[in-house]
Write a protein that binds this ligand. Structure first.
Ligand code: HEM
Length: 236
């Protein structure tokens, strides 16, 4: 990805003959690089940290995930292939539930491109109006998620997901500005989970907070004091 952006700089800024209609500045390329770096690194490591914390607090889910990983590893001959990672359905459910509870991005921001009458209501969103979509609150609304503080990956089984209206799951956003790194993030997180959960039991330690205290990080949220856990090697 870095390589592609460096190539974009070379082709679109320094030597812009290929797309005469498009003008890109050095700043466009630099800001995209920064967005890739911030958007690509921190949400993945924060989500994995929160996920391990939830697993330490929910032993039943952790054990079920470990069994699932073991079964899928055996099925795929112990290889870390794309097929193996795509087959980790329960890990997907665990990670989605982690993101529902602890998504670093707490709102989505939009500007209306045309005037829109919200169906069955008197609400009119005018063209040009700025809109804040409160994803943190939506993901914790008991109307869609009963007992929202409870960590329950079963909410993301295909049956449960199909019961919720569209727009109630905005873990990676929605529409044309949907997160471009979703698939990469999911692969990275499943690879990390698979390695850690198959080799270690994740336990709380004396420094573990529950719930984890949060800090405002420029419109996003992050663990205020980090996430502290104990990893106990699994001896087979
Ligand atoms: C757990 C990991 C991640 C989460 C929870 C996450 C979440 C999000 C969310 C909620 C948005 C806003 C989408 C919208 O407005 O509809 C977004 C946008 C974006 N994400 Fe991610 N993201 C993650 C990982 C990544 C990774 C790994 C990359 C890149 C390698 C990435 C790159 C981006 C970019 C470039 C945008 C802006 C897209 C646009 O405006 O068109 N993200 N992400």
């Amino acid at each position: 990805m870095w390589h592609k952006l460096m190539r974009a700089r070379k082709e679109l800024v320094l030597n812009n003959n290929s797309y005469p209609g498009e003008t890109f500045t050095e700043m466009d390329i630099i800001s995209n690089l920064i967005l890739m770096y911030i958007g690509g690194a921190e949400p993945v490591s924060d989500t994995l940290g929160f996920c391990l914390h939830d697993l330490a607090m929910n032993k039943y889910v952790q054990d079920k995930l470990r069994e699932h990983i073991k079964e899928k590893r055996e099925k795929h001959g112990g290889e870390f292939t794309n097929d193996y990672l795509m087959d980790l359905h329960y890990a997907d459910m665990v990670l989605s539930e982690t993101l529902r509870k602890h998504n670093g991005s707490i709102t989505l921001l939009r500007i209306a491109t045309k005037t829109y009458h919200v169906p069955d209501s008197t609400l009119v969103i005018k063209k040009g109006q700025k809109i804040i979509i409160p994803t943190y609150s939506i993901h914790r609304d008991p109307k869609y998620y009963t007992n929202p503080d409870v960590f329950d990956p079963e909410r993301y089984s295909p049956e449960e997901k199909s019961k919720r209206p569209s727009g109630s799951d905005l873990l990676f956003g929605d529409g044309p500005r949907f997160c471009i790194g979703k698939r990469l993030a999911e692969l990275e997180m499943k690879l990390g989970l698979s390695e850690i959960i198959s080799k270690f039991e994740v336990l709380p330690c004396e420094k573990t907070e529950n719930p984890v205290q949060l800090a405002n990080a420029g419109g996003a949220i992050r663990p205020k004091y980090g996430i502290w856990l104990r990893l106990k090697p699994i001896v087979v």
